[in-house]
Design a protein around this ligand. Structure first.
Ligand code: OAD
Length: 245
């Protein structure tokens, strides 16, 4: 770990946190990119795109079933818990936006939280308007069907080529607008900065006057957009980043 700075929270400090797969690495969940990354073993287009689902839905369900099985027993780590403690200090001056679908921020107790790319333990119909629902089942041999229209169910995940929920993006820009009137810190944790629009949040934060901080094991692709880069493990750095408990 490099020498970690500590940021003093003022009574008006607003903090927007963006997390990626790196924050869950210490909980035993594989990241996407890098040597042991998930996208090294599975072609991304085959398992994380609407085209992949249209051509081989069972392959897609096997991939996400495997991920459900491996993520279910995992526990939040010190990094997730540090963000819960930060939210307890800041209340409405805090917002967590995660690209992770593993549900570990929920398990940790984060409340002001947006799951930008969906949730691994939620399914929805690939066709009708039935609301997304909790689903911890695994589907390896047979495709699941919607109880209402009988078309295939699909994971409630935002795949490549699909749009994010506009209400999520609005919540991020609304928070930034509010924060821009005050002391504002934008903190990105455990993300390679390679997937948009999340990779562009640091730029929006800068425009809104934020001090921008990256906590990551390696320099992210967008590292140059950050004022501060603290290199190391999220679970070691986050608990002390705002002066400890
Ligand atoms: P990546 O796998 O692209 O990047 C994870 C980052 O975390 C890397 O830069 C690592 O250096 C860093 N890292 C690893 N262990 C860490 C640790 N213990 N502490 C801090 N940093 C650590 O994951 P994301 O940036 O989250 O989308 O990927 C973004 C999106 O691309 C994902 O949400 C996913 C993927 O394709 C979908 O599936 C839709």
């Amino acid at each position: 770990m490099t020498h970690a700075p500590s940021f003093r929270l003022k009574p008006t400090t607003h903090v927007l946190v963006l997390t990626g797969a790196g924050i869950s690495a210490e909980s035993g969940i594989a990241t996407f990119r890098g040597v042991a990354g998930m996208w090294e073993n599975e072609p991304l287009q085959a398992v994380a795109s609407p085209q992949g689902f249209a051509s081989d839905p069972l392959r897609v369900w096997r991939f996400y079933s495997e991920r459900r099985t491996s993520a279910a027993p995992c526990h939040p780590n010190a990094g997730h818990l540090a963000l819960v403690a930060l939210e307890a200090k800041l209340g409405e001056r805090f917002l967590l936006v995660t690209q992770n679908v593993d549900g570990l921020h929920y398990k940790a107790g984060s409340e002001r939280m947006i799951e930008l790319h969906g949730n691994l333990f939620t399914s929805r119909c690939s066709s009708c308007d039935r609301a997304p629902f909790e689903d911890t089942n695994v589907y390896r041999d047979e495709l699941p069907h919607c109880g209402e229209c009988n078309r295939f169910l699909r994971p409630h995940i935002v795949w490549f080529g699909e749009a994010l929920d506009p209400s999520h993006l609005n919540a991020v820009t609304d928070f930034m607008e509010r924060a821009s009137q005050h002391d504002f810190i934008f903190l990105a944790v455990g993300t390679s900065g390679s997937v948009w629009p999340a990779a562009g949040f640091v730029g929006l934060g800068r425009q809104a006057g934020a001090r921008t901080v990256l906590v990551n094991a390696d320099p992210a692709e967008n590292r140059g957009s950050f004022d501060d880069f603290v290199q190391g493990k999220a679970g070691e750095i986050l608990p002390t980043l705002f002066g400890g408990p």
